[in-house]
Design a protein around this ligand. Structure first.
Ligand code: NAD
Ligand code: UDP
Length: 314
């Protein structure tokens, strides 16, 4: 299989590239290195079935591929709010370009959508048939609405042009290769705990998230890509729900850190609760996550420990 992974040098994309290369596919990794890095894929460079292209998905590209994993888009609120116009262009124009490519070469295309399409949900846990509660004019809209339009584009190219599409809605995912400056909660807390700095809980810490380890997501993504007759959207996440305060306490415990928790202001439109209903993924993909938070955190903490040591030695 000739496979394109957009955003392939990012956190999730690089793990996907690893898995696809290992399974013997011909992988083209495409990235503009906004939040991704060569470090994430340097072990793949030089392999006969791996190629790297520096390219921005906002521009069209001509390639010959069989499958497209469309993951290019900043995902951390800090990064996607840095240049919101660019973020929405990435989702809208990037997805149009990748759908145009899929249409031309008759490739199957899978979109990395997000639990953010549910916004600050009034239905709990979230099922795929929930339409969401999203602010169209807030600071998160460039990302949330961008992904909602990306889903619409996928469905319209499917209905109008018979493009072979797949949509997954990914819930908060963490693991090795998140950037040190990523700004999302798991990497922030681990880095703060390892450095003995204050742990920054936004708001009262009673808002919830359900954290999925990267290996579970990669497995779910591949099962979806290779499943015939099911386009989704399908939730891919770990239904085990925690408050942000529980996460902070667990990270402090596991790192035996002397860090203290401090409370700072809650960002605008921060969702109060989030938990995937994964009935559909269980039924259609025979998939469910297998890595509990404690095990995933162990591996992630070990990764950040070695990254911070490397930085000290630089
Ligand atoms: P990430 O920031 O590590 O990866 C994004 C990658 O896309 C980076 O390598 C970045 O350089 C690249 N990129 C950004 N804009 C681009 C552009 N215009 N052209 C080409 N490349 C571009 O984030 P991630 O967590 O790996 O997220 C990857 C995808 O998964 C995103 O589409 C995100 O919306 C989706 N997702 C992630 C999560 C999560 O919890 N990690 C949850 C829901 C959805
Ligand atoms: N959060 C926090 N401290 C941090 C970073 C994030 O308390 O240093 C909170 C944030 O307000 C949100 C939750 O953790 O309620 C998850 O945030 P993240 O940015 O990881 O993802 P998202 O909000 O997109 O789910």
């Amino acid at each position: 299989m000739r496979t394109l992974v957009t955003g392939g040098a990012g956190f999730i994309g690089s793990h996907l590239c690893d898995r696809l290369v290992k399974e013997g596919h011909d992988v083209i990794c495409l990235d503009n290195f906004f939040t991704g890095s060569k470090e994430n894929i340097k072990h793949l460079l030089g392999l006969p079935n791996f190629e790297l292209i520096r390219h921005d998905v906002i521009q069209p590209i001509l390639l010959e591929v069989d499958q497209i994993y469309h993951f290019a888009c900043p995902a951390s609120p800090v990064h996607y709010q840095y240049n919101p116009v660019k973020t929405i262009k990435t989702s809208v124009m990037g997805t149009i370009n990748m759908l145009g490519l899929a249409k031309r070469v008759k490739a199957r295309i899978l979109l990395a959508s997000t639990s953010e399409v549910y916004g600050d949900p009034t239905v709990h846990p979230q099922k795929e048939d929930y339409w969401g509660h999203v602010n169209p004019i807030g600071l998160r809209s460039c990302y949330d609405e961008g992904k909602r339009v990306a889903e619409t584009l996928m469905m319209d190219y499917h209905r109008q042009n018979q493009v072979d599409i797949k949509i997954i809605r990914i819930f908060n995912t963490y693991g090795p290769r998140m950037a040190l400056n990523d700004g999302r909660v798991v990497s922030n807390f681990i880095i703060q705990a390892l450095k003995g700095e204050d742990i920054t809980v936004y708001g009262d810490g009673l808002q919830t998230r359900s954290f999925q380890y990267i290996d579970d997501l990669v497995e779910g993504t591949l099962r979806m890509m290779f499943k015939d007759g099911f386009i989704g959207p399908v939730n891919i996440g770990n239904p085990h729900e925690f408050t942000i305060l529980q996460l902070a306490e667990q990270v402090i415990r596991m790192t035996a850190s002397a860090s203290k928790i401090i409370y700072t202001s809650l960002p605008e439109d921060d969702p109060t609760q989030r938990q995937p209903d994964i009935t559909l993924a269980r039924e259609q993909l025979s998939w469910e996550p297998g890595v509990p938070l404690e095990k995933g955190l162990e591996k992630t903490i070990a990764y950040f420990e070695s990254r911070l040591k490397e930085k000290q030695n630089d």
